[in-house]
Design a protein around this ligand. Structure first.
Ligand SMILES: Cc1cc2nc3c(=O)[nH]c(=O)nc-3n(C[C@H](O)[C@H](O)[C@H](O)COP(=O)(O)OP(=O)(O)OC[C@H]3O[C@@H](n4cnc5c(N)ncnc54)[C@H](O)[C@@H]3O)c2cc1C
Ligand code: SF4
Length: 329
């Protein structure tokens, strides 16, 4: 590992002051689970790490009746918080499924949402792919069984954060702070596709930090996340879906549907949302939404199987959110 300086920032202000404008030179470190692995593999080689574990580590009620979650809160604290469980079941479920207990205890919300892609070509220093400034995407003709089935490239990563999927469905806003002050970015606008930024996955500038998640009051909305994994192991899901339903009795007034692990960002399907709006909830309605969600999928050479998995995830997430019976483990 290349030598680096370490700044133990006591608070948000000190952390921002210790970052800089050059991408990749000064990096925030929280639990370190993703970042240290990238450094050991020579994928990123920062000059300075800035400890951001002293950012806000609380979950509190906001004045509008929603929740405010600090970036230094751990994934486990989200997964086990009574208010999060009561107000946002989709988020609690996703947090509880992240990795292993050890990973959930060390990993922070800020680190989880800003973790880098898991593409094995990106993670291997021998492959100088597009994302590292090279001239080709090795996944196109290579081992692309876990890559994207949506999006137009030129890089075909899948977004790795399980928390991002329900946060986008729940219309969360992210508070971002930097030397020029603070701003709020809708979760939907925070993650960017590779055609907009090949070398990063968010709108965050190198000298900015994600400091808080702001969740709007859920009202009477019902939400759920459904993830499909190889087995009940610690690994990332093959595909997932988060669904928020605004129901009046058995009628769906409106819905938000976001898929995970299928595209370079969490992938919202407005077609699936339209398929539910105004309909009576039933298995058939959930299937119609799932069919709509996979329209436009463009699988690569080895991952057509993911289309059916994404479809199943959407169908089951809709039924789970609506409180229908099923095997939703
Ligand atoms: C075996 C295994 C299985 C896993 N399974 C899953 C899974 O199913 N779902 C899932 O979502 N994740 C999974 N993970 C990933 C894990 O959850 C993340 O690596 C972890 O949450 C990162 O948090 P951290 O605090 O350790 O981040 P760090 O490693 O410290 O940071 C990660 C990145 O975020 C940046 N960063 C950190 N904090 C901030 C901030 N406040 N503002 C801006 N940038 C910041 C860092 O610079 C770095 O680039 C898995 C990991 C492993 C090893
Ligand atoms: S999918 Fe992206 S990160 Fe992976 S090899 Fe292609 S360009 Fe690189």
């Amino acid at each position: 590992m290349k030598p680096f300086a370490y700044v133990n920032a006591a608070n948000e202000k000190e952390a921002i002051a210790a970052l800089g404008p050059d991408r990749g030179k000064f990096l925030p470190i929280a639990g370190g689970m993703d970042l240290l692995a990238l450094m050991k593999d020579y994928i990123v080689q920062p000059d300075r790490l800035v400890n951001v574990k002293n950012l806000d580590r609380t979950i509190s009620r906001s004045s509008d009746g929603g929740l405010r979650i600090g970036a230094a809160v751990t994934v486990d604290e989200v997964a086990t918080h009574a208010d999060v469980a009561r107000m946002y079941p989709a988020l609690v479920h996703a947090a509880g499924e992240v990795g292993t207990p050890q990973i959930r205890h060390s990993g922070t919300v800020g680190g989880n949402l800003n973790q880098r892609p898991r593409c094995w070509y990106y993670r291997n220093e021998e492959f100088d792919c597009l994302k590292k400034g090279g001239s080709r995407c090795f996944a196109v003709d290579g081992e692309n069984q876990y890559h994207a089935i949506f999006g137009d490239g030129p890089c075909h990563i899948i977004h790795p954060s399980s928390l991002a999927v329900p946060l986008m469905a729940l219309k969360a806003t992210f508070r971002v702070a930097g030397p020029a002050g603070e701003r709020e970015v809708a979760a939907e606008d925070y993650f960017v596709t590779p055609d907009r930024n090949l070398f990063g996955e968010t709108v965050l500038q190198p000298n900015e930090l994600l400091t808080h998640l702001l969740l709007p009051p859920p009202g009477s909305a019902k939400s759920a996340t459904y993830e499909v994994r190889y087995k009940q192991s610690h690994d990332w899901p093959l595909a997932s879906a988060a669904v928020v339903l605004d129901m009046s009795g058995t009628t769906i007034r409106g819905a938000r549907i976001v898929m995970g692990a299928v595209a370079p960002t969490p992938w919202r399907s407005q077609a699936a949302e339209r398929a539910l709006a105004g309909k009576t909830i039933s298995e058939q309605t959930a299937i119609a939404a799932a069919d709509a969600a996979i329209q436009g999928a463009k699988p690569m050479t080895l991952n057509a199987y993911k289309v059916q998995i994404a479809r199943t995830a959407v169908k089951r997430a809709v039924m789970k959110a609506a409180g229908m019976k099923g095997n939703w483990a």
